[in-house]
Design a protein around this ligand. Structure first.
Ligand code: PLP
Length: 380
């Protein structure tokens, strides 16, 4: 019996290899060439005004926090960013990298995304921003959070690592926030091995992201090589930046994957619908606070008691679900933050959420087998 893993990428191998071959033959594998084309196509796909391709969403989230912090003069060790404990640590590390204080708001028990009422309770005179995560591709209360941000003059950062392809009334998510960050990590909806896209609304912030992601140098090698004159080798370094930019090999894979993302997400939707049908009696998060959502369905999550025990029993039958996520306040670096707020629901659901296998290498028979295995254990 084959084992069924929770997440797994699928690539159009020949097409990706052809795109990589082009980079190798042209002799340009770094920043520029395919990265420019990927950014252009991403803007067309999402309708967002700016997009900068970086080597991970983690890097993109860091740039998002840093650029807003520098622009608005946020104070280290004093100013606060409201965030969620139910996320991958990258979300919160990005706040810590800039020595700002993460303040944890609780989640909404329907969507597992941040609860607007809890966010409002966390606001103090030191709050500067809200970091919102669209968990599993869900939109949750994003619109309400945006209104709260407007009312209190807070910046909104959207961690859209799971939201590649999530639309609301036909429009791709992202424009709601001051900056939105997508992930193309190996098991995301648009896998390229590693990469991310940081999408600012403000053109000046986009320009700054481009400089900071290339070590703070004011001209990239691609622009320099395209230039003329004897001073094309010359550049200035006005900032201490990072090595965060994406490269043409990853972008080449991204360009291929992007062509198929809607088709791929449709397959995910069909799988999710099949799980919904087979597991009618099992509780699961629901995205009910907006009209006309089409979710990226990055994760298929369910809510069950005795999660860890059930998970082990599924493993014995060759099915390997996942857990998204451990409540971040369990980790030593976020333990102190726990004292600020008591996120009871995050704590509770972190012990009950299970992610069922869902990816493009699964057959409909595999989906049925996962559901049958789960039901057998729950009913047994
Ligand atoms: C919610 C969330 N945010 C951020 C990230 C970081 O993405 P990346 O691996 O591209 O840095 C992930 C990826 O696992 C994620 O799930």
């Amino acid at each position: 019996m084959n084992s069924i893993q929770v997440l797994q990428p699928r690539y159009r191998v020949e097409e990706c290899l052809e795109a990589i071959r082009e980079c190798l033959e042209v002799g340009w594998t770094g920043l520029g060439f395919k990265t420019v084309e990927f950014e252009t196509n991403w803007k067309v796909y999402t309708g967002l005004p700016h997009a900068h391709f970086v080597n991970s969403a983690t890097a993109g989230l860091h740039l998002a926090v840093k650029i807003l912090k520098d622009a608005y003069g946020w104070e280290e060790y004093v100013d606060e960013v409201i965030t969620t404990p139910l996320t991958f640590v990258s979300t919160n590390h990005a706040i810590m990298y800039e020595r700002l204080i993460p303040v944890f708001a609780d989640i909404c028990p329907s969507t597992m995304c941040m609860d607007p009422a809890s966010v409002e309770k966390c606001i103090t005179s030191d709050t500067r921003a809200v970091m919102y995560v669209g968990v599993a591709g869900r939109v949750g209360h994003l619109n309400d959070i945006r209104e709260i941000c407007k009312k209190h003059n807070l910046k909104l950062i959207l961690d859209a690592a799971h939201m590649v392809g999530t639309t609301v009334q036909g429009r791709h998510v992202g424009a709601e926030a001051d900056v939105t960050v997508f992930s193309f990590h190996a098991v995301k909806n648009l896998p390229i091995a590693d990469g991310g896209m940081v999408c600012f609304q403000d053109p000046e912030f986009d320009a700054r992201a481009r400089k900071l992601s290339w070590l703070g140098i004011d001209k990239d090698t691609y622009t320099r090589s395209a230039g003329h004159g004897s001073y094309k080798w010359k550049y200035d370094v006005p900032n201490v930046g990072f090595k965060y930019h994406g490269n043409s090999i990853m972008a080449a894979i991204g360009l291929v994957q992007l062509k198929y993302i809607d088709e791929d997400n449709k397959v995910r939707r069909q799988m999710a619908a099949r799980y919904d049908e087979l597991l009618e009696d099992v509780r699961r998060p629901v995205d009910v606070y907006n009209e006309g959502i089409v979710s990226a369905n990055h994760l298929y999550q369910i809510i069950i008691d005795d999660r860890d025990e059930v998970l082990l029993k599924m493993n014995e039958q060759g099915v390997y679900p996942g857990v998204h996520y451990v409540d971040n306040t369990q980790y030593p670096m976020y333990r102190d933050c726990e004292q600020q707020n008591d996120c009871q629901l995050s704590k509770l659901y972190a012990t009950k959420l299970m992610t069922l296998p869902m990816h493009l290498n699964l057959s409909s028979g595999d989906v049925d087998r996962v559901a049958a295995t789960l039901k057998g254990i729950l009913n047994g």
